[in-house]
Design a protein around this ligand. Structure first.
Ligand code: 5GP
Length: 206
């Protein structure tokens, strides 16, 4: 009999503009055995974004209803909009033994840490502060006011790196992704996770 192991919950976070989204999509391309959790948000879709694929786009009222009904594993208000992780999908997928990745901002990540300490908390670091500002500006989808807001948020957020398990520098997307893949590979081999499986295996072999 196989001992069914719960999946890993991987939380990829970091300051605004550090490139979480890019790193996460590249990681998903390279590693199709990790299931991406689609978030709910009240912000408007950007061009090219599809409902249920990039986000579940909600009205504020709908989102507040989800909060009330405890449907969210975590949620945060970020630059004037709500963002949150639907709880049921994450719990069911982990229960099936599949690994799940959340790409979320820091307040939300810290809430997940409170509720689910066995998660793997990865903080993406910009190589320098100047580089971080460039990235926020060059993204091009933000207004001047929004750039300033996001930069202030990002500086406060950097202080929170100490609460994470891993600090991964995003100097180059492919390198950052390789670092994250090594973390995941090692975490999958932790004794705490696989000992029950091998104990069972040992009984069968003898
Ligand atoms: P954007 O509007 O650029 O798509 O996302 C803004 C920020 O919200 C990013 O830092 C992104 O990681 C974060 N975010 C996306 N989904 C969630 C979520 O479900 N919960 C939280 N707390 N943050 C999220």
């Amino acid at each position: 009999m196989m001992v069914k192991q719960k999946g890993l919950l991987i939380v990829l976070s970091g300051p605004s503009g550090v490139g979480k989204g890019t790193v996460c999509s590249y990681l998903r391309e390279k590693q199709d055995d990790i299931i991406y959790s689609v978030s709910a948000t009240t912000r408007n879709p950007r061009s090219g974004e599809t409902d249920a694929e990039n986000y579940f786009f909600k009205t504020r009222q709908e989102f507040e209803q989800m909060i009330k009904e405890d449907q969210l594993l975590e949620w945060a208000e970020y630059v004037g909009n709500y963002y949150g992780t639907p709880r049921a999908f994450v719990e069911e997928t982990l229960q099936q033994g599949k690994d799940v990745i959340l790409e979320i901002e820091i307040n939300g990540a810290l809430q997940v840490k409170e509720k689910y300490g066995e998660g793997i908390f990865i903080f993406l670091m910009p190589p320098t502060l100047a580089e971080l500002k460039n990235r926020i500006i060059n993204r091009g989808t933000e207004t001047a006011e929004s750039i300033l807001k996001r930069m202030n948020v990002a500086k406060n957020e950097l202080q929170m790196m100490k609460h994470y398990d891993y600090l991964v520098m995003n100097d180059e997307v492919s390198k950052a992704v390789e670092r994250i893949q090594s973390i995941i590979e090692a975490e999958r081999l932790r004794k705490e996770r696989i000992l029950p499986y091998y104990e069972q295996w040992l009984k069968e072999e003898l």
